[in-house]
Design a protein around this ligand. Structure first.
Ligand code: HEM
Length: 516
């Protein structure tokens, strides 16, 4: 009996393989397009290509005039419309914004973020956005941000780089930048310095849980929902990983909120508005103005903390990592940035070891070439590589594609930055000059073409905070250190919601003062 079953299984397997082999040969109309298998749709193609999923998607989008309908397995009925057409992006993100809320589908995928700003729509989103905007635009908050950055730079980043340079040890810059932005964002969000950036490189539970949650969310985008449901029900695989990460984040946020409430009751927390973190600001947010916010509810505060941590830490850390990797491959760009710093920053700002206290936006705005180099890194390696939308009512996109509420529309930002029809024949080159006009000023590129900070009413609220942070880090490192990538170190992006490097960015650091 067992023998017959074995024979049956082998025979079925052979038929199955021959059947798919036939389709593989006969059905592939273009080598860049995924094969549409019977029953399974194009899912096998994307699963096989997961290790190089970003380039794979870029290839079929380039070959399909910027928009491609990806057929999912017929039994789950999920079709995904991949698009990088700027006209479609503008239509969805701006001109027809109200028809494209985040929706319940997005909230299901990102459930770990609760009802925070990333998941919210309509009136709640409006209250969350307006309140965050008013807190973040206060001059005191901006000074607090700059002070926090400078202090982490001088007391955290510089000693670590000096240590690795002195000991001639390999350092993972991705890890260093993630730790730097984790600490600065945590301070801004909660007022607490978690001390993640230190020579001992401690394991931080919060940071690990965030990473794991983001990785699971990425796979939820491509896995049939039924698989996720079974994993959740039976408690295994990615969904188990998410459950553990979720409860870790709940526990750690609760601890922060309880300690902040305790500080306030004991009067320990200073009422000085110049170091007012977001948690404190949200605890006494004006609920007559923002009626849907509930500062008395710990869940509301927990969701706020998590959204800001995701928003500020991973994104800026990822952008800095890709930027410095691009510099190691383009020495002439590093030289030009050094020349710009030497000629445009005042000698005091440039040389004085305490100069960062005098850094301000005006000074940093003079660094047009550095700005171009950062934008170029964000174009080629957008920290948020995908965006996901669905319409509430059926619609026709400017590209002519009809979309239904069941259609998942995916913008692939990584691919958008590489499209020759959008950026020209040299789209894949790292060329900061692209961002500078003939008169030497920065060129403004519309956000539906340069989507790294999102577009339309949901444009990133932290763009200026992030650009300032990246510029201060860049100036300090480029002026004081020489960075060389470890020979043979492989660079590849991890398929995830945030564009990290799979093996990190392993480099050797040398102090420039030691080079002469
Ligand atoms: C290089 C750094 C950054 C990049 C590339 C970036 C990119 C983005 C993107 C793509 C979105 C849209 C996400 C979505 O709707 O699903 C977004 C939204 C947002 N970002 Fe950023 N971000 C960065 C840094 C920051 C920082 C430092 C903060 C705050 C301190 C921040 C705060 C926000 C907030 C609050 C939103 C939600 C806006 C809304 O939904 O109305 N971001 N960002």
């Amino acid at each position: 009996m067992a023998m017959i079953s074995l024979l049956e299984i082998t025979f079925s397997f052979l038929c199955f393989s021959l059947f798919f082999g036939y389709f593989l040969i006969m059905q592939k109309p273009h080598r860049s397009f995924p094969t549409n298998w019977p029953f399974l749709g194009m899912l096998p193609g994307i699963l096989v290509e997961i290790p190089r999923v970003y380039d794979y998607i870029t290839e079929f989008l380039e070959a399909s005039n910027l928009t491609f309908l990806f057929k999912g397995p017929c039994f789950v009925g999920v079709n995904m419309l991949f698009t990088v057409d700027p006209a479609n992006i503008h239509h969805i993100m701006s001109s027809n914004f109200t028809n494209y809320p985040k929706g319940s589908e997005f909230k299901k995928l990102f459930d770990v973020l609760g009802d925070g700003i990333f998941n919210a729509d309509f009136d709640l989103w409006m209250d969350l956005r307006k309140s965050a905007q008013s807190m973040m635009s206060r001059p005191e908050f901006q000074k607090f941000t700059l002070r926090t950055n400078m202090s982490k730079l001088e007391k955290g980043l510089v000693p670590i780089l000096d240590h690795f340079a002195e000991k001639k040890l390999v350092v993972d810059l991705q890890d260093v930048f993630q730790r730097f932005t984790f600490d600065t964002t945590f301070i801004l969000a909660t007022g607490i310095d978690p001390g993640c950036l230190s020579i001992e490189m401690p394991e931080i539970e919060f940071a690990r849980a965030l990473d794991e949650a983001m990785e699971v969310i990425f796979f939820r985008h491509i896995k049939p929902e039924i698989v996720c449901k079974i994993q959740r029900l039976l408690g295994f695989g990615d969904e188990l990983k998410m459950k553990v990460a979720h409860s870790t984040l709940d526990r750690l946020c609760s601890k922060c909120i309880a300690s902040k409430r305790d500080e306030i009751t004991r009067g320990v927390t200073s009422i000085d508005t110049s170091s007012r973190d977001l948690l404190m600001s949200y605890m006494d947010v004006d609920t007559t103005k923002f009626k849907l916010l509930n500062p008395g509810d710990d869940k509301f505060l927990r969701d706020m903390i998590l959204c800001f941590m995701i928003a500020g830490r991973d994104t800026t850390g990822s952008a800095l990592t890709w930027f410095f990797w691009l510099l190691t491959k383009n020495q002439e760009v590093t030289t030009k940035i050094r020349q710009e710093i030497d000629t445009k920053l005042s000698p005091r700002t440039n040389k004085d070891s305490d100069h960062f206290s005098s850094f301000n936006h005006q000074e940093l705005n003079k660094l047009v070439y550095l700005h171009g180099a950062l934008c170029e890194a964000l174009r080629l390696y957008p920290p948020v590589p995908f965006q996901h939308k669905s319409p509430t009512k059926p619609d026709v996109l400017p590209s002519g594609h009809r979309v239904e509420p069941s259609t998942k529309i995916l913008f692939c930002l990584y691919s958008l930055g590489r499209m020759k029809s959008v950026w020209g024949e040299d789209a894949s080159d790292f060329r900061p000059e692209r961002w500078i006009s003939e008169t030497g000023s920065s060129i403004h590129v519309p956000s539906y073409k340069f989507l790294s900070f999102n577009a339309g009413p949901r444009t990133c609220l932290g763009k200026e905070v992030a650009m300032t942070q990246m510029k201060t880090v860049a100036v300090k490192i480029i002026q004081n250190y020489e960075i060389k990538i470890v020979e043979g170190h492989k660079i590849e992006p991890v398929p995830s919601v945030i564009l990290h490097m799979k093996q990190g960015l392993k480099v050797m650091v040398t102090k420039r003062s030691n080079l002469v």
